[in-house]
Write a protein of this length. Structure first.
Length: 411
């Protein structure tokens, strides 16, 4: 049975790289009807960042990457200690000033066939120094803890980022020392930015919680992450989680580094917004803007008019965050002539008794006729933008009072 795990260290908020690793593990487990395990690697106590563990689970929960078993390494200290002592007894490890070091036998080659690219990776043991497995504070190092746990937890495939590839020979030496079978190793190539350099904030790569707060949808993010290095064949780009689970296979994961292109994520997010029905969109927006009274009341406007606005907004926004810009405009700077027009508009709007798109439109037309000006000026006066969502509908939702307030502000 396939059993895979992620072993996040609570040393920071997960970014797109380690979240993709989690997702690939999850996809593989689901595809093979295996188990997916989360093991918190908190053995390096000095590097623990408050809130990081909570963020790890928040992200998994948000994305719906559910796990079957959960472990915390700091609760398993004794297990690692016993295993270190076992190696000391076998003379395969020795004490070194309070720490325990593994004795590396030279003259051998350490190799494995990596499931990514199906290629043999080998290291000469000579280049590996005797390494610490138990620190003087009684905590195990990553190497010991991860090997012991992967064995005891019956992990069949270790799928992790390729920044760990240089640790794998040490792990293999430990498996051999204990006399244990080794799992299959699959090292995922590191994600790069569009300029092929190490991914960073410059490329728009933020923590996954930041992406959530920027208004990306989980469906879009999963789809986007899935295609970061995995190519199921064909050029289908929009795939839901079920399709991805059905198709996922380690042999289709590229050995070459995938490129993180935020523009592609934006595009994909826009696609998911466009196909979303308005009810779901309203629910998402209410959640996203749950602290924003203006938007919440906006979302409670006359459903028909709101539907009209949402249908259009969906074609123009790439993230939930952009919704606000679409409907809550900026205060524009007006020229003298534009101010005159704004005054006329204010007067016409003031006299409207039944505030709806028809009456708003006819008031606007009246202004355009008397002032001989372009519609874009009215747009600018009321929204601060040159163009955007249809004005009469937008202003109907905004309400008479707020519209007048807005024009007054501009004046
Ligand atoms: N703690 C490591 C990480 O944060 C785990 C590496 C592994 O999966 O073995 O990625």
């Amino acid at each position: 049975m396939v059993r895979v795990r992620i072993a996040p260290s609570p040393t920071g908020i997960p970014h797109i790289g380690n979240t993709r690793t989690a997702f690939f593990n999850y996809l593989f487990a689901k595809h093979t009807e295996g188990k997916f395990i989360v093991r918190i690697e908190d053995t390096d106590q000095g590097r623990i960042v408050p809130g990081a563990k909570k963020a790890i689970f928040e992200i998994l929960n948000w994305l719906g990457i559910s796990w079957d078993e959960e472990y915390v390494q700091s609760e398993r200290k004794n297990i690692y200690k016993e295993h270190a002592e076992d190696l000391i007894r076998k003379k395969m490890a020795y004490k070194d000033e309070g720490a325990v070091r593994f004795k590396v036998s030279t003259n051998r080659e350490v190799s494995w066939v990596d499931a990514i690219g199906n290629k043999k990776v080998s290291f000469k043991a000579d280049v590996i120094e005797d390494f610490v497995i138990l620190k003087s504070d009684g905590f195990p190092t990553y190497h010991l803890a991860s090997v012991v746990d992967d064995h005891l937890m019956n992990i069949s495939h270790v799928i992790r980022g390729d920044e760990w590839i240089s640790s794998t020979p040490k792990h293999i030496l430990l498996y051999d020392a204990f006399g244990w079978d080794k799992p299959i190793f699959a090292h995922l190539s590191v994600i790069l930015g569009t300029d092929k350099t190490k991914l960073s904030k410059r490329h728009g790569a933020k923590s996954v919680l930041d992406l959530k707060n920027d208004g990306y949808l989980k469906e879009a993010l999963l789809n986007f992450m899935g295609l970061l290095g995995w190519n199921p064949g064909g050029d289908k780009e929009i795939m839901n989680i079920k399709e991805m689970i059905k198709l996922f296979d380690l042999k289709d994961v590229n050995a070459a580094s995938p490129i993180f292109d935020i523009k592609k994520l934006d595009w994909m997010n826009g696609e998911y917004l466009r196909i979303m029905n308005n009810e779901n969109l309203k629910t998402l927006l209410s959640k996203f803007y749950d602290q924003d009274k203006n938007i919440l009341s906006y979302l409670k406007s006359d459903p028909k008019t709101l539907d009209f606005i949402l249908d259009l907004a969906k074609t123009r926004m790439k993230t939930l965050k952009e919704f606000k810009d679409l409907i809550l405009p900026k205060v524009p700077k007006l020229s003298g002539e534009e101010k005159n027009i704004a005054e006329t508009l204010f007067e016409k709007f003031s006299t409207i008794k039944i505030w709806n798109k028809m009456t708003i439109l006819s008031a606007m037309k009246g202004v355009l006729n008397t002032q001989k000006t372009k519609g874009s000026i009215l747009y600018k006066i009321t929204t601060g933008f040159e163009k955007g969502l249809p004005l009469p509908e937008s202003l109907e939702i905004l309400g008479k009072e707020k519209t007048l307030e807005r024009i007054k502000k501009v004046l």
